[in-house]
Design a protein around this ligand. Structure first.
Ligand SMILES: NC(=O)c1ccc[n+]([C@@H]2O[C@H](COP(=O)([O-])OP(=O)(O)OC[C@H]3O[C@@H](n4cnc5c(N)ncnc54)[C@H](OP(=O)(O)O)[C@@H]3O)[C@@H](O)[C@H]2O)c1
Length: 279
């Protein structure tokens, strides 16, 4: 994986910017927080596990990191996270809706509570956090970011709730972008390809248990650090959306013109995964 470096103008953009990241204690969120702090930003993160938050605080050992325990599926906890972050740092310049979980089970077999849990975190968590942060973001003429996925452009089999949550996230952000057109706020989403993280270990199975192992070779995937650098550059450049990988760009492009062909390609791709639920 080639090393991606932040350029000088991007470093200048982040100096003293206040960035809120949901789900900042692992994977892409952790890397975003770490890289933004390296560029002199001040970062507030939330996650459910206080132990992981405290470990991160200890590891990064900086006043530029504010940690807050919150479950983004709960509106009052999102409000509390945003309020505490504003009290701590004074304002918000960028909110990154990153917290997310995945699932792997056929719709026919999955408990509907699993589908709801994924939507509550990935979609409603983004709604609640953005709603609370909006007044401060409007004041700072800042940026609202959603961490989406190729699953937000193409429905993926055995991941119905994950795809639904990312389609919904993009629909929400696009509508909000137009509402905020004359406010100076930028609304954007980014769609990483497969990135090394914990997300496949925590993905829920048909009964809502974490599957606890990844079907992919995580060390062959894009690193969370490389992914974070692409996202931070895109935020500084006030992009509309970014699809990060060639495979992702090809899928989205092909799907516009040959959706039935892409249905078959996607089916065959996911059928080959170890322990695929596709028969
Ligand atoms: N990795 C990929 O291949 C990939 C590809 C495309 C898009 N994405 C997206 O990237 C984002 C980050 O995922 P990741 O791969 O970095 O996963 P990860 O390593 O599992 O990290 C997920 C983070 O979200 C937090 N989180 C989960 N549920 C939460 C909740 N209810 N409230 C607050 N925080 C919560 C986790 O902490 P706690 O568990 O302690 O709460 C953790 O800090 C997700 O939106 C995902 O859909 C990932």
């Amino acid at each position: 994986m080639p090393k991606v470096k932040l350029i000088i103008s991007v470093q200048r953009f982040y100096t003293n910017k206040i960035i809120l990241i949901t789900g900042g204690s692992s994977g892409i969120g952790f890397a975003l927080a770490q890289k933004a702090i390296e560029q002199n930003a001040k970062v507030a993160i939330c996650a459910r596990s206080q132990d992981k938050l405290l470990a991160m605080k200890k590891q990064l050992a900086t006043d530029h990191l504010f940690i807050f325990q919150a479950d983004v599926s709960q509106e009052d906890q999102c409000q509390a996270f945003v309020e505490a972050s504003i009290e701590h740092f004074g304002q918000i310049d960028v909110v990154i809706n990153n917290a997310g979980i995945s699932m792997r089970a056929l719709f026919q077999e999955v408990d509907t509570a699993v589908l709801k849990q994924v939507m509550d975190i990935n979609y409603w968590g983004s709604i609640f956090t953005t709603k609370s942060a909006l007044p401060s973001i409007i004041q700072s003429k800042g940026t609202i970011v959603g961490i989406s996925s190729i699953a937000g452009y193409k429905g993926l089999p055995a991941r119905v709730a994950y795809s639904s949550s990312k389609f919904a996230l993009q629909g929400f952000l696009e509508a909000l972008r137009i509402e905020l057109l004359h406010t100076g706020v930028n609304v954007m989403w980014v769609s990483p390809g497969f990135t090394a993280s914990n997300i496949r270990n925590t993905a829920l199975d048909q009964s809502g248990k974490a599957q606890s192992e990844t079907p992919l070779k995580e060390d062959k995937l894009m690193s969370a650090e490389a992914c974070a650098i692409i996202i931070l550059k895109a935020i500084a450049k006030r992009k509309r959306s970014v699809i990060m990988t060639f495979q992702g760009k090809l899928t989205v492009w092909l799907n516009k013109f040959f959706p039935s062909l892409v249905d078959k390609l996607v089916y065959n791709h996911f059928k080959k995964e170890p322990d695929s639920p596709l028969k």
